[in-house]
Design a protein around this ligand. Structure first.
Ligand code: GDP
Length: 681
């Protein structure tokens, strides 16, 4: 492969809602540029981009996928990003390594929730973007509705540069110049002609001298308009350059590739951000000298091992060399550098600035790490991934698989930084967490397919606690003196409620040697054991003090063990008399939604035994703050999505424990009893 020329590279991400046709568009790009001789198809499972099994079986991308093509002598890297919110973490990686975005809209749907989300991501990174309204061959498509949506919901001023020549979008024509995408010549439909004014005005407003010409003559020449549109694309403002077409029918796609080449900047033209001594600054990428790169994706391949994707942000990387993982502070060997075409890889000798390359077998490297060809004291700002709060507990399908499952989970987590896992300290369950049900489903499938680790999953147990309402005394007698060596230990204790969050205190008030000093720790140990086991439903007892005030011992028969048992029995006795009750975990929930959904979200929170503590403005939306029982939030990812048609997002964290209402408490206690019976039985 010839060496890449950085000024002739374009890195482009395809963003947009699920099913808008991003992957089809990417496959069409490869086909029209002559990169592949047969067009891949999502529907037939032959797409270059949807190559993972989980994507093929769902007909939806589940992780980002990379390919490249050459158009008018320019090397274009495409990053196809999944459109489902569950897999949207990859969009956060993609926007860090491209210089332009094609935001694909489904012409039969309009500007739905994921378009809104993508746009806010594009804005945050100030990326040049072009809107592509796809599926206009479909009779249900409605370009007019899309234009109105963009104006009304997203407050954009859409500038339709390439528009359909008629219904069903047989071809597209340039609204500004009247030029067809391909011959034969095409005429502009009458109803679209007025939109030409809108384009000219937006272009004229980019420059005072243009405005003068435009006001005087009422027109601008084609080249001026084209370079003006390029400026608008790069400004990432309200004026949104829009193309129309059909990825299926290959309409509007060549014009789009031309625009990528003409209007998206090469990687050398956009500054990169670096952090040095804690402060961030920008600099222009170098075309020569040592390389700096950002790792943005890891694929765990069960056979090849770990594959690391990175973008060269400055300088050059070379095959068969040593690199420094600046973030981890480690040196690593790199072998052959490669570029990806879907799941096939081609070797390259050198990766100059702008290249999106991959390499196998890097050990310490993870998504978001900075790598360099020599030691440097700067890092690229890490990638900010979203946090998913949907949790499931996983159990091995067959006994003895625990090890395999843990190592599988770790490797799956390396691939997907949004996927988290942990061992719950109280329930002991292995918890996996992600953006929603589909995200976790795919992770569970990947565990099986890639690492042979089969699990069953279910909603996690709620970590209830127990506590007491009033002080009470109790006695524990562990006395066995019939035959052989006897056992003798008696302990009397008092339990008292403590303030919330005080957990537990042990106080020794034994005087006059009722229990010898050497046995006091044994009694305490027994009490602590009893506290962990609980009395109502096997949950730990918290927020109380246990005072050991009396007891009895026997010269010969007393032992550590006897006093431990006495402590445990005394605790049970005392707590049972102290009106024990259950506590449930309460979460602090923050829900961000457009204004129109505030009422519905509050109603739903009230119905979940939660209560709202505040409402704040947030980026043109509203954030509702509430305290809600964890037990009511286990399916919130899906519930909020359907409540807000995908436009809401939420965060949550543990706040405190609170008394569980009587009727629910009875249920939890009954379940615990049943389980105890089962374990005995
Ligand atoms: P993605 O989720 O955005 O990547 O969308 P896909 O490329 O997977 O396409 C989703 C579905 O829309 C598939 O069944 C495609 O065949 C179909 N599709 C994609 N582009 C077009 C188009 O231009 N016209 C029509 N009618 N269908 C399309």
């Amino acid at each position: 492969m010839p060496a890449l020329n950085p000024s002739k590279i374009r890195n482009v991400a395809l963003l947009g809602g699920p099913g808008a046709g991003k992957t089809t568009l990417a496959d069409t790009f490869l086909f029209l540029s002559g990169t592949v001789s047969r067009k891949g198809s999502v529907d037939q499972g032959s797409s270059v981009f949807d190559h993972e099994e989980e994507a093929k079986s769902r007909h939806h991308s589940v992780s980002l996928s990379i390919g490249h093509l050459t158009w008018r002598d320019v090397w274009i890297n495409l990053i196809d990003v999944p459109g489902l919110l569950d897999f949207y973490g990859d969009a956060y990686s993609a926007v860090r390594v491209v210089e332009g975005v094609i935001l694909v809209l489904d012409g039969t749907v309009g500007a739905e929730a994921m378009v809104e989300r993508s746009l806010s991501l594009i804005r945050r990174h100030q990326l040049p973007f072009i809107l592509f309204v796809n599926k206009l061959d479909d009779e249900r498509a409605d370009l007019n509705k899309v234009l109105v949506d963009l104006q009304d919901h997203l407050h954009l001023n859409p500038l339709p540069v390439w528009v359909p020549t008629g219904s069903g979008c047989p071809s597209v024509v340039n609204l500004v110049t009247g030029q067809p995408e391909i011959s034969p010549p095409a005429t502009i439909p009458d109803e679209l002609t007025p939109l030409r004014e809108r384009i000219l005005e937006a272009v004229a407003e980019t420059d005072d001298s243009l405005l003068e010409v435009y006001l005087e003559t009422g027109d601008l020449d084609a080249d001026t308009i084209s370079s003006g549109l390029g400026r608008l694309v790069q400004n990432c403002g309200q004026n949104a350059v829009l193309f129309c077409g059909s990825a299926h029918k290959e309409v509007g796609v060549r014009a789009l590739l031309d625009a990528v080449v003409d209007w998206f900047p090469p990687p050398t033209a956009r500054p990169i951000r670096l952090i040095e001594d804690g402060s961030e600054r920008e600099e222009m990428p170098r075309t020569t000298g040592g390389g700096i790169g950002l790792v943005f994706k890891i694929f765990a391949d069960p056979y090849v091992g770990r594959i690391t994707f990175f973008k060269v942000l400055s300088g050059t990387f070379t095959s068969d060399s040593t690199i420094v993982n600046v973030t981890a502070g480690r040196r690593e060997r790199v072998g052959q550098l490669l570029v990806a075409q879907g799941k096939t890889y081609e070797p390259i000798g050198e990766a100059p600035v702008g290249t999106i390359a991959l390499v196998g077998k890097l050990e310490s490297t993870r998504s978001g790490h900075t790598i360099a060809t020599e030691p440097i004291n700067r890092i690229v700002p890490p990638i900010e991934f979203p946090t998913g709060y949907m949790e499931l507990a996983v159990y091995p399908k067959s006994r003895g698989d625990e090890e395999k499952i843990l190592s599988g989970i770790q490797r799956v987590a390396e691939e997907d930084p949004v996927f988290r896992w942990y061992r719950h300290p109280e329930t002991g369950e292995t918890i996996i967490a992600g953006m929603g049900d589909q995200h976790l489903d795919v992770m569970v499938e990947k565990l099986k397919r890639k690492f042979g680790a089969e699990v069953v999953s279910r909603l996690p147990k709620i970590a209830y606690k127990e506590t007491i309402r009033r002080p009470a005394d109790g006695e524990g007698r562990f006395v066995k003196q019939t035959g052989g060596r006897g056992q003798y230990g008696i302990a009397r204790i008092r339990v008292e409620p403590l303030e919330p969050r005080s957990d537990f205190e042990f106080v020794n008030r034994i005087t006059g040697g009722a229990i010898p000093a050497r046995y006091i720790p044994s009694v305490e140990k027994g009490i602590r054991e009893g506290k962990e086991k609980g009395v109502l439903a096997n949950y730990p007892i918290i927020n109380f003090r246990a005072i050991l005030f009396d007891g009895k011992y026997h010269e010969v028969d007393s032992s550590d063990y006897a006093f431990q048992m006495a402590g445990l029995l005394a605790l049970r006795d005392a707590v049972e008399k102290a009106e024990p009750y259950l506590l449930e975990p309460i979460m602090r929930l923050e829900v961000t939604v457009p204004e129109e959904f505030v009422g519905d979200v509050i109603g739903d929170i009230n119905g979940k035994r939660g209560h709202v503590i505040g409402i704040e403005p947030h980026d043109g939306m509203r954030t509702i703050l509430a305290l809600v029982p964890m037990a009511s939030l286990q399916r919130y990812a899906a519930e909020l999505r359907s409540l807000t048609r995908g436009r809401g997002s939420y965060k949550m964290e543990f706040a405190h424990y609170q008394e569980l209402p009587q009727h629910l408490s009875a249920q939890v206690i009954a379940e615990a009893r049943a389980q105890r019976q089962e374990e005995k039985g």
